[in-house]
Design a protein around this ligand. Sequence first.
Ligand SMILES: Nc1ncnc2c1ncn2[C@@H]1O[C@H](COP(=O)(O)OP(=O)(O)OP(=O)(O)O)[C@@H](O)[C@H]1O
Ligand SMILES: [Mg+2]
Length: 510
Amino acid sequence: MSSPSSVSHFQTLVMSFHGVIVIETVEEERVRSLINTAINDMQLAVFEWSIAQGLTRAQGNIHNRWTNEYAPPEKQPPQAIGKTAEPLDMLRHIETMAYPAIYWLKDLARHLDDAVVARQMREVVQQFSQSRSTLVLTGHSITLPPDLAQEVVYFDLKLPQPEELYQTISEVVRSLRGKIKVEIQPDGINALVQAMRGMTLQQARKVIAYAALHDSKLSADDVNRVLQRKVQVLHEDGLLDYIPAEMNPAQLGGFEGLKNWLTRARVGFGAQAKAFNLPPPRGILIVGIQGCGKSLAAKTIARTWSMPLLKLDAGRLYDKYIGESEKNFRRAVTLAETMAPAVLWIDEIEKGFGQSDNDNDGGLSRRLFGSFLTWLQEKSEQVFVVATANDLTRIPPELLRKGRFDEIFFVDLPNEVERAAIVQIHLRRRKQDPQRFNLADLVQVTDGFSGAEIEQVVITALYRAIHEQRPVDTDLIVEEVKATVPLSISRREDLHRLRTMAQERFVSVK
Ligand SMILES: Nc1ncnc2c1ncn2[C@@H]1O[C@H](COP(=O)(O)OP(=O)(O)OP(=O)(O)O)[C@@H](O)[C@H]1O
Ligand SMILES: [Mg+2]
């Protein structure tokens, strides 16, 4: 089943003399269904090729039956035409075939490293650009030699739509009849479909079958199982890390200003805001001093909003092939959109989209940055972006302009109240009762310490206590504090510069 708009887009490409249509996918049954639906009213034959089967005439659909000597429809599997298993033989054969057809060539791209095959392909393509015949290339990530790359058009086989996923559930249930009980209401099925978004049909089918067979029934509980499996599928992709709300224990001391802002912003995700056609909040940027809880704040937002947290590793977007990095970025944000509502966390954004020190990347980081800005501006799904940054000088100024992010926050070293909160969080986390400590003393001696540095002195004091076989107390922690030179002293100049630059332009998190 393919959506009518994608079918008609595909038909238009075929009719407008495109010699090659590239579809990057491994979902061959969806390609088959797309082609079959498209040729319904086009009077085109369909041929398929793979290196294993050679070139075969495909059966087509019921409206477009055919017979010929090579592969009568009853005959399974169809027989290969002549000697066409080798890519070169196949392309030469196609060049001689006179009637208009779609030639679906599976995984051919990897054979185009061979100069003769690539040349033969170009000759076919040139011939097809004046006829109604079209080559359709499919495969996992397709990279073409440059001279061919100019001749092709990419067709984006969108991820399965809810109706397709719905149908997949029915198919699986039907195929497992007698083996499983179906104990799920329409609401539950909708939740299942929602959970399956972002998966290919093959993945979805396996996941549903697994969830149903696991306890011999399909029930509302399976939504969690499906989500869990989707996490693993996402993880294999490597670009995004997924942290479900219930596995995110982040606790943030201070940041009251940010926390208030977030409480207000949350309204933007509600039904009332939607009814007024208000756009949902886009995202924020948190700039500031090392170890002061920027990353922690990102995690805390997802936790307090009970949304899954998706961490985008911008460094992993880069790919040596032209265009691949942008494609990686698209893939990552498309996946993020299928998890909506979700928080997309881009840590240290200057490393991914920032200005590089040299211009060796041929403008790649610029282009990626452009893709990011466009997406940020236009995204419609409820994906809230939390970007963090340390180094203001490497952030392109466009990003800091009003209206890109909903707000830009600046994080400074924690003040007294915040230090008290942070000390208590870290004592409790290590199973120490804060009441046994002189908090006022600890707050005073940690003046100039970042949250990370406070956590570190608590940890080293505890190590020492274990080593010396005595309970940890205020004195022990104070000793560790005195033995530490915080960044606010060792890198005073840098901090000063960042602070003066940020303070007057951005909102404080406090
Ligand atoms: N406000 C805070 N409340 C509680 N813990 C904090 C706070 N600030 C920092 N910490 C502790 O310090 C650790 C490091 O903080 P985090 O990684 O969030 O800092 P960051 O600002 O992202 O630093 P960097 O710039 O180095 O990435 C946290 O895991 C947490 O344990
Ligand atoms: Mg960080």
